[in-house]
Design a protein. Structure first.
Length: 584
């Protein structure tokens, strides 16, 4: 089906959101989230009772399958029983006896193709802790959180976070007990190369840690999916030449990548070069809300310096070249002998036109270009999207012919991180004396239309639950970018870290189960429509440090008690996944 036809089909879908039916029983709170295009923090909203939300095509399918309707009732009743049961348990990580009455007959592991990978994800700075242990050097996130604590909602940092550096065996056991196939984690560049470069010395303790983690995963039947860069750039490279602002970063990233291939490639068969280069670029160099915290002074966002009109594009350019160079090295020297694959993890929201007006339809597509296409287009065509070239002009760097050739097809798979959707409308061309990456797309985005939200609000201001968006996005990628192999490398929803909740209430995350059930339904539907999705990795295994939100929100399917020795407790969603993943 051509993209235009698919677009017309999407326009016919009508979503209705019913907020009249709300749960009022104690503990069933609906609140969550944090991730991409609008500014990260516009203030939190209070937790609300969980709203019921529907979409026409989803419920038409439900009506055809009475098992699904029965499942919803049983799930609700089970939640009440578990709320009581959790109050009398003091087990940290043992979920060997999951609920037995969870009806997952209509959608479960067997609903997906044979060999489909179900894993769970994490990030090095968010999980490891041990910031000054084991020979690790500082990263830009260490500097950012300590020098500018006001940029973090609770003034926290990742010095300790959930301490996976010391507790990795416990966390692997948790994953094994749930039934995951794989673990997606990132390597801390500054833990392997404290000074950022091979010439500065390799940290053997860092090598040992990742060897221990990888071996523990394999011993327990879990496949490692490894990301090379999840935003924690060595501070030494930032200090020396501005990090990704300089083309010097390309060769240093290649050296770091090769070290990883050499040390771990005999056991790691799935590599990703970068995680969410858009988020790193946009919020690190256009708004300054993430490390290294750069933006234009006129924005008055207390940035460390920068130029929001040029630096994001320069950083993205070097990220793409670093990615392509590391991929070429892997394919030329290591892929044949190590028998692995390599890709990149891109994030995108889905954008619905605010109205049927032609300009708004174009704006929705333009928003996709400036978020997903910014990185996907060079990887498939060797150049940036036409909409970016025409609107950004000379501020957008150009690829040489050799660089374009290097970029095209520089991936075996695409990782896709999806959380939410927005409405998009056309914004008049901005001829301001203060151009910015934040306004170049000429798109206004909103989470509501005519006063009605696109989906229920989560804890983070940027996240509204819009599950059908993942299907729209997958089909869009299939048609526009030549139907690549895709892994859903992140998908998730959060709730507030509410100290007033009892442990039993905090574990009863029925909203998260609902979120995953709906998104998995649309992923499965996309596969039936020819999208080559090969795996799904929820975000995330544990509650963790969530960047500018610190510890104020919780994305994990496992609760971490920050006030009691970081004890781990399975949430209801962990039990649900254990049932969902069971092999028969």
């Amino acid at each position: 089906m051509e993209l235009k036809q698919r677009w017309k089909e999407r326009e016919k879908e009508k979503q209705t959101w019913d907020y009249r039916s709300q749960l009022s029983s104690g503990g069933f709170l609906y609140c969550h989230a944090q991730h991409v295009l609008p500014p990260l923090h516009k203030g939190h909203t209070a937790c609300q009772p969980k709203p019921t939300y529907t979409s026409q095509d989803y419920y038409q399918q439900q009506k055809k399958n009475p098992q699904v309707m029965a499942m919803q009732l049983r799930s609700f009743l089970l939640g009440i029983l578990l709320l009581i049961g959790f109050a009398f348990t003091n087990s940290e990580a043992d979920i060997r006896a999951p609920p037995t009455h969870f009806d997952i007959a209509s959608l479960n592991r067997s609903s997906f193709p044979e060999g489909f990978v179900f894993g769970v994800g994490s990030g090095s700075y968010q999980y490891e802790g041990a910031a000054k242990e084991g020979g690790r050097g500082p990263s830009i996130w260490d500097t950012f959180t300590h020098k500018y604590p006001e940029k973090i909602s609770d003034r926290s940092n990742g010095d300790i976070t959930v301490d996976q550096y010391h507790r990795y065996k416990e966390d692997v056991e948790i994953m094994k007990n749930i039934g995951w196939d794989a673990y997606r984690f990132s390597i801390s560049w500054s833990r392997l190369l404290p000074n950022g470069k091979l010439s500065g010395g390799v940290n053997k303790e860092g090598i040992k840690y990742y060897n221990n983690l990888i071996n523990e995963l394999l011993r327990n039947g879990l496949t490692p999916f490894v990301t090379l860069f999840h935003w924690d750039l060595p501070q030494t490279l930032e200090d020396e030449y501005g990090g990704f602002l300089s083309p010097l970063i390309v060769n240093h990233f290649q050296d770091y990548a090769e070290l990883c291939y050499k040390e771990f490639g005999d056991r790691v068969k799935h590599w990703s070069t970068l995680n969410e280069p858009h988020t790193f670029t946009y919020y690190g160099y256009a708004t300054g809300s993430l490390a290294p915290g750069r933006c234009s002074a006129w924005q008055q966002l207390n940035c460390t310096g920068g130029d929001s009109s040029t630096e994001p594009y320069l950083v993205a350019h070097h990220l793409l070249l670093a990615h392509a160079t590391a991929v070429k090295l892997y394919k030329n020297r290591y892929q044949a002998s190590q028998n692995g694959v390599i890709g990149i993890e891109l994030n995108s929201d889905w954008f619905e036109p605010l109205s049927e007006v032609k300009e708004n339809k174009k704006a929705a597509l333009r928003a996709l270009d400036f978020m997903f296409g910014w990185f996907a287009e060079p990887l498939t065509s060797g150049d940036y999207p036409q909409s970016m070239r025409s609107r950004v002009g000379s501020r957008l760097p150009k690829f040489t012919k050799e660089q374009s050739k290097l970029l095209i097809a520089s991936f075996d798979f695409l990782g896709l991180n999806y959380y939410t959707g927005y409405y998009a409308s056309d914004a008049p061309q901005n001829n301001s004396a203060f151009p910015s990456c934040t306004t170049d797309a000429g798109v206004n985005i909103s989470s509501e239309r005519n006063g009605v939200l696109i989906g229920p609000k989560a804890a983070s201001a940027w996240l509204n639950v819009y599950p059908q968006g993942i299907r729209h996005l997958l089909l869009y990628i299939k048609e526009k970018y030549h139907n690549p192999i895709i892994y859903i490398t992140e998908n998730g929803v959060d709730e507030f870290n509410d100290p007033k909740l009892s442990l039993a209430e905090a574990l009863n995350d029925t909203n998260r189960i609902d979120y995953y059930n709906r998104h998995l339904y649309y992923v499965q539907s996309s596969i039936e429509n020819g999208v080559k999705v090969k795996g799904f990795f929820p975000w995330t295994l544990l509650d963790d440090f969530e960047w500018s939100s610190g510890f104020t929100i919780r994305f994990g399917i496992t609760y971490v008690d920050y006030n009691d020795m970081l004890k781990r407790y399975p949430k209801l969603s962990a039990h649900w996944f254990k049932s969902f993943l069971k092999k028969y």
